[in-house]
Design a protein around this ligand. Structure first.
Ligand code: GH3
Ligand code: MG
Ligand code: MG
Length: 385
C-alpha cells in the first residue's frame, strides 16, 4: 500500500512538474539571460496598470460627484498606489538580479491585493467593482506566470477576501450582482490559470531551445579541444593552457615543469600488429597518463606518438617523480589485443622553467632535448636537465 502510494506520488510529481514550471526548475543562467525581456514586459504591464488606476479617477469623479470627501480620499489612495507602482518600476529597471526582480513583482502584487481589499470596504459592491476584481485576478496569474503555485495562493486569497467583504460586510448588496461576482471569480481563475500555463509552455519551449543551443556550443567546444583518438587535449589546447601557465610563472615566479613523452619504437608496433593496434596502444598510453597525472596538471597530444604534460607549481625533482611513475606504470601495462599482449615503453624528457626562458618554446625545446637523451640512453627511461 505504502509502496503504491509512493509510486502514485512520484507519478503525480512527474505530471505536475510536466505541467508546472516553477522558477527553481529553470537554470539561473537562462533566467538571467532573459531578465531584460522579463523586465521590459513587466514594466510595460505596470505602466498600463498605473495608467488604468489613474483612469479610475475619472470614474470616481462621476461616482462621487456629489460627495467631495470620499472622492478625495480615493484620489489619495489611488495616487499613493500609483506612486508605489512607479517606485517598483524604477527598482525593476535598476536591478540585474533575478531574485530581486521576482521579489519586486511579488511585492507589487501583494500590495495591490491588500490595497484592493481595503478599497473594497469603501466602494459600493457593483458591477464596476466586479470588473476590477476580475482584472486583478487575471493580472496575478499572467504577470509572473512562472510563479504559478504562488499566484494561485495570491489570487485565491484575493477572491475569498473580496467575496467575504461583499457578502458579510455590506448590507446593501444586490443578490444578483453578488452571484455574478462569485461566478465571475470562478471563471477568471480558470481563464487566468489557463493563460499562465500557456505562457509557461512558451517559456518552456524557449528554455529548451536555450539549453539545446548551450549544450551544442559546449559540445562543439569540447570536441574542438579533445583529440578524438587519444581523448587527451589537442596540441592547440595544450599550448593554450601551457601559455597561460608560463605567463603565471613569469608573473609570480612559481615553479613550472614540462614533460615530453614519446612512445618508443612505435613504428615497430605498427609494423608488427598493424596501424589499428597502434591506435589502440596510443589511446591506452594516453589513458594511463591521464590517470597518473594530478588534477592540476594538463596532458595533451603534441602530435603522432608524442605527448606533453604541463605541471604547474612543480619543481624538477617532483616532476621527475611524476615522469617515473608514468614511465613505470606504462611499462607494466601491456595492451591486451584479442588475447595478444602488446608491450611498449616510453621515453620521457623533463625540464623546469628558469629565469632565462623567454617563452614557453624555450622550456619545451629543453624537455624535447631531454627526451632525445632518454632515447640515446636506451629508451624506457626518464631524463631530467
Ligand atoms: P623512437 O623510439 O625513436 O621514438 O621510435 P619511433 O618508431 O617511435 O619513432 P618515429 O618518430 O620514427 O616513428 C613514429 C611512429 O609513430 C611512426 C608513425 O607511423 C607512428 N604514429 C604516429 N601517429 C600515429 C597514430 O596516430 N596511430 C598510429 N597507429 N601510429 C602513429
Ligand atoms: Mg617514438
Ligand atoms: Mg616521436
Amino acid at each position: 500500500m505504502g509502496y503504491d502510494l509512493r509510486i502514485n506520488m512520484s507519478i503525480f510529481n512527474k505530471i505536475s512538474s510536466q505541467i508546472l514550471l516553477d522558477l527553481d526548475d529553470l537554470e539561473g543562467d537562462y533566467r538571467s539571460s532573459s531578465l531584460s525581456v522579463d523586465k521590459a514586459q513587466s514594466i510595460l504591464f505596470l505602466l498600463i496598470a498605473a495608467i488604468g488606476i489613474m483612469g479610475m479617477f475619472a470614474v470616481d469623479h462621476l461616482m462621487f460627484a456629489a460627495r467631495p470627501d470620499p472622492f478625495w480620499r480615493t484620489v489619495i489612495y489611488r495616487g499613493g498606489f500609483v506612486l508605489f507602482t512607479l517606485v517598483i518600476i524604477f527598482a525593476i529597471h535598476k536591478t540585474d538580479l533575478v531574485r530581486v526582480f521576482d521579489r519586486l513583482i511579488l511585492g507589487w502584487l501583494s500590495v495591490l491585493i491588500v490595497f484592493l481589499l481595503l478599497f473594497n470596504f469603501a466602494r459600493p459592491a457593483n458591477y464596476l467593482a466586479t470588473v476590477s476584481d476580475i482584472i486583478t485576478v487575471f493580472a496575478v496569474y499572467v504577470l509572473s506566470p512562472l510563479r504559478f503555485r504562488q499566484n494561485v495562493v495570491l489570487a485565491v486569497c484575493f477572491s475569498i477576501g473580496t467575496v467575504f467583504i461583499n457578502y458579510f460586510m455590506k448590507t446593501d448588496v444586490d443578490p444578483v450582482s453578488l452571484r455574478v461576482a462569485i461566478m465571475s471569480q470562478f471563471v477568471v481563475h480558470a481563464l487566468g490559470a489557463g493563460a499562465a500555463l500557456q505562457l509557461q509552455s512558451y517559456r518552456r519551449s524557449f528554455y529548451k531551445a536555450f539549453v539545446d543551443e548551450r549544450d551544442a556550443k559546449e559540445m562543439v567546444a569540447y570536441l574542438a579541444n579533445i583529440d578524438p583518438l587519444t581523448k587527451s587535449l589537442t596540441r592547440r589546447q595544450l599550448f593554450s593552457i601551457a601559455e597561460s601557465e608560463f605567463l603565471r610563472y613569469v608573473r609570480y615566479h612559481r615553479s613550472l615543469s614540462i614533460l615530453v613523452i614519446d612512445a618508443d619504437r612505435f613504428k615497430n608496433i605498427n609494423d608488427s600488429y598493424g596501424h589499428h593496434a597502434g591506435d589502440i596502444v596510443l589511446r591506452s598510453l594516453s589513458l594511463v597518463a591521464l590517470e597518473q597525472k594530478r588534477a592540476q596538471d594538463t596532458f595533451g597530444r603534441l602530435g603522432g606518438e608524442e605527448f606533453g604534460l604541463i605541471l604547474p607549481e612543480t619543481a624538477l625533482e617532483q616532476a621527475k617523480i611524476v615522469a617515473e611513475r608514468i614511465q613505470k606504470t606504462w611499462e607494466q601495462s601491456p595492451v591486451n589485443l584479442d588475447g595478444k599482449l602488446i608491450h611498449s615503453t616510453v621515453s620521457i624528457g623533463v625540464a623546469e622553467a628558469n629565469p632565462d626562458d623567454k617563452s614557453l618554446e624555450d622550456i619545451l625545446r629543453r624537455a624535447d632535448r631531454m627526451m632525445y637523451k632518454a632515447k640515446e640512453a636506451g629508451r624506457n627511461c626518464v631524463v631530467t636537465e
